[in-house]
Design a protein around this ligand. Structure first.
Ligand code: NDP
Ligand code: MG
Length: 384
């Protein structure tokens, strides 16, 4: 059996750790070349030893220096800083990259892997939101495949296998911890409440995004790029049980859904094994006695969904600006500097105040827009 060679970006995060579990369950099929994190040095080192990686990289230079000083000369080799990590990716024998860093920070290393022609198992949706045109164009050029890991997009990917082009897709949405609440109930929400997701256990940024429903908005844009669908063909339905992971609708009225327990190890395994399926140690779904419910999203209480769809439809640099403003707004909320409802208000004010109509067709344009939207969000947050 041919072994895959894998690089994991964001190895110490929630998706990264689940990826490590899938790799350990499929040891004979997957070898690990490199692992990347930001500054969790010792955690990364431990994973590197456990997965027998050749190198581990930290984007934070002081953390990388400390790790190298503690383990100099041992395997895995320590790679320090983003530039050296990009070089390690460009010279790596790996054929697949798990892209699971958080937020916009994933863009540059993910693009490096795509340019090298590696297949990308994509959890890091912000990369596609901010630079969809660039990422998809560059994958087309290099022949790299982008296989979704986000559970909804994995579900759609599986439903689409060997089928006709879809009429549309229906993204399911848990509704987050505040489903059923009204804006007046949400004014005084504390970060700890918003961090308590009912069905998924994830990193802090995406957990806040699921509370505002911005996560579903980002996923609409992600689906547009992954499946080449017009926005009108991408719908959202709230499904609090998180068992149906998304659906695909065909011309003849047939709807296909993918079901399973809410556990990220499944879409990670699907992306790694595709087109095979591997056995992994997750509980199997038991439906007897369970009800599955569906309701429309409440866009009045959760305007982030409307904002993201509008930014996607506006195109150009709007989605990049939306993503950057949202990353700042989430940081500000987690630091206790703005209220929960102000997350969407801040994003909206950044989108309305700037000119984001230019093309998002180069890395320079995307980086410049990201920096400009972050600065606008920081100054507006201080004012508001
Ligand atoms: P976490 O916050 O749990 O982990 C983030 C990872 O990225 C950590 O390894 C962190 O390293 C690393 N990281 C953060 N910033 C940088 C940086 N500047 N340079 C290098 N590495 C960095 O996030 P999640 O695992 O929850 O999410 C990862 C991505 O996957 C996100 O884009 C999210 O939207 C997406 N996703 C997540 C799902 C989930 O279930 N968690 C589901 C679907 C999509 P360190 O530990 O050193 O800080
Ligand atoms: Mg998702």
């Amino acid at each position: 059996m041919q072994q895959q060679r894998l690089i994991v970006l964001g190895a110490t995060g929630s998706v990264g750790e689940s990826t490590a579990e899938v790799v350990l369950a499929a040891r004979d099929r997957v070898g690990v070349d490199g692992l990347v994190a930001h500054r969790s040095g010792e955690r990364l080192w431990k994973l590197g030893r456990q997965l027998e990686a050749n190198w581990v990289g930290l984007t934070d230079q002081p953390a990388a220096r400390a790790l190298a000083a503690a383990h100099g000369g041992e395997k895995p080799r320590v790679v320090a800083g983003l530039d050296a990590i990009v070089e390690a990716i460009q010279s790596s024998p790996a054929d697949r990259v798990m892209s699971a860093m958080s937020g916009f920070s994933g863009l540059v290393p993910t693009l490096a892997a795509i340019e090298r022609g590696m297949d990308v198992l994509l959890a890091n949706k912000e990369t596609l939101v901010a630079a969809g045109e660039l990422v998809i164009g560059s994958a087309r050029q290099s022949g790299s495949r982008i296989i979704p890991v986000d559970s909804e997009h994995s579900a759609i990917f599986q439903c689409l296998a060997n089928a006709q082009p879809p009429l549309g897709v229906i993204l399911t949405c848990s509704g987050g911890p505040f489903r059923g609440r009204r804006p007046s109930d949400l004014a005084g929400v504390e970060p700890a409440e918003a961090l308590n997701h009912p069905t998924w256990n994830m990193g802090p940024k995406i957990t806040i995004d699921t509370a505002t429903l911005m996560n579903k908005g980002l996923e609409i844009i992600e689906a547009h790029w992954l499946f080449g669908l017009d926005y009108a063909r991408i719908r959202v339905i709230v499904h609090p049980e998180s068992i149906v992971h998304s659906m695909v609708e065909f011309e003849d009225g047939v709807v296909m859904a993918q079901l399973g327990v809410p556990d990220m190890r499944v879409p990670i395994e699907v992306a790694m094994a595709w087109p095979e399926r591997w056995a992994i140690p997750v509980p199997h779904l038991s439906l007897a006695g369970r009800s599955l419910t569906f309701e429309p999203p409440d866009e009045e209480t959760f305007p982030a969904l409307t904002l993201a769809r509008a930014a996607g439809e506006a195109g150009g640099l709007y989605p990049c600006a939306l993503n950057a403003a949202n990353e700042i707004a989430v940081e500000e909320f987690l630091a206790g500097r703005i209220s929960f409802l102000n997350i969407a208000t801040l994003v909206q004010s950044v989108l309305e105040a700037g000119n984001w109509a230019g093309p998002a067709d180069s890395l320079e344009a995307v980086l410049e827009c990201d920096a400009r939207a972050r600065a606008a969000a920081v100054s507006r947050s201080a004012v508001g």
